[in-house]
Ligand binder design. Structure first.
Ligand code: ATP
Ligand code: MG
Length: 357
């Protein structure tokens, strides 16, 4: 059953179509990420969902109810803002209790709810602490507690981790995911960080210029991007321009503009001009000649640049026609491969995706 449904929702600001005919269904208990570059309409869509902004057209259904014309306080949503928006002069208890006090709930009930939710976010006993005495990650969890304490059916999060440093981002996103699953709440999480989206989501909706251009599980989108834009945006990709065709022996091949051909055995129904997306991890580097295997592409290359990142090194290599490819090597055992070396690349013929122009 879907908890949130958008039908044909649009919103323009003057000439800018910030949200362009978006239709979307989010299942109960699902974590959906809206992912896309700056300015693609993510915040606008979240504000429309929360009721802070009215769409020009379209219908919004939540929990089987049409909420299109309803103000924020009448919707089953809570929004966690990008900058937390905590009240610095109020302590933890007063921040978390804020919405419940506005609802004029009895004080005993408020105390109980706040204590319960602080336990959920792992910050029991901090009620009397000043907001300024908390770390960035703790403040983030208080912002989450303040939203969750209202017991919304739908939690909306707008880039909630963007103020945190890299290590804390990873810790806090794991925490948010665990809390979301343990509470069983439906969540829509906005980010422009593809790694965050891949790691936290049940499904990802990729936005480009106000439209949702692809939606699917992280695995589906990573393995089968439906456009060059998505392939480039999610994960690292080698994107090669050329043509998919059949050679004289009846084999499907991708011919690069530079002339090099390699075998392709998957997704070959659409032929013609286009791009071939080859994920770096499908390519192997060898320093010695490799045994010919029918289903393997074997290509000569030269190492152009090495980026050492600890557990992995990325090798930028040049193949025939000056085409560049990125290839990872895990562990440091292969550090005998250096800039200028001639190497051999191999990748299976069923690796990669062809996208017709
Ligand atoms: N109140 C507004 N008035 C005019 N234009 C706006 C307004 N709000 C957003 N826009 C425009 O709508 C487009 C989408 O903006 P939005 O804030 O939704 O993007 P975003 O995907 O959240 O970007 P970011 O990742 O930078 O936060 C942008 O071109 C933006 O300039
Ligand atoms: Mg935004």
């Amino acid at each position: 059953m879907s908890m949130v449904e958008l039908r044909n929702v649009s919103k323009s600001f003057g000439q800018v179509k910030a949200v362009d005919e978006v239709s979307l269904q989010v299942k109960a208990g699902e974590m959906l990420c809206l992912l896309g570059p700056s300015g693609c309409g993510k915040t606008t869509l979240l504000r429309i969902l929360s009721g802070f902004l009215q769409p020009d057209q379209g219908v919004i259904i939540m929990d089987n109810q049409d909420v299109t014309g309803l103000p924020p306080e009448k919707r089953p949503t809570s929004l966690v803002f990008q900058n937390y928006a905590l009240f610095p002069h109020l302590n933890v208890f007063e921040n978390v209790a804020f919405g419940l006090k506005i609802k004029k709930l009895p004080m005993a009930e408020i105390r109980k709810s706040v204590a319960e939710i602080l336990e959920v976010v792992g910050l029991s006993g901090t009620e009397k602490r000043s907001i300024r005495q908390l770390s960035g990650g703790q403040q983030q969890r208080i912002a989450l507690a303040r939203a969750l304490v209202m017991k919304p059916s739908v939690l909306l999060l707008d880039e909630p981790l963007s103020n945190l440093d890299a290590k804390l981002r990873v810790e806090t996103r794991v925490h948010i995911q665990q809390i979301q699953k343990s509470v069983g709440i439906t969540a829509i999480f906005v980010t422009h960080d593809q790694e965050e989206a891949l790691s936290i989501s049940d499904r990802i909706a990729i936005m480009q210029k106000g439209k949702i251009v692809q939606i699917g599980t992280p695995e589906e989108i990573y393995a089968n991007p439906n456009s060059k834009f998505v392939a480039d945006f999610i994960g690292k990709s080698n994107i090669l321009a050329g043509e998919l065709k059949v050679d004289q022996s009846g084999q499907n091949v991708f011919k690069l503009d530079s002339g090099l051909e390699f075998k392709v055995s998957k997704g070959t129904k659409a032929r013609g001009k286009g791009v071939f997306v080859l994920r770096p991890e499908h390519i192997q580097i060898a320093t010695q000649p490799v045994a010919q295997v029918e289903s393997l592409n074997v290509v000569n290359a030269k190492i152009e640049h090495v980026t050492f990142l600890g557990e992995v090194s990325y090798y930028r290599v040049i193949i025939q026609g000056n085409e560049e490819l990125l290839v990872p090597l895990y562990g440091v055992s292969q550090s005998n491969i250096n800039v200028g070396d001639s190497v051999i690349l191999t990748w299976p013929e069923d690796a990669g995706v062809f996208l017709k122009e």
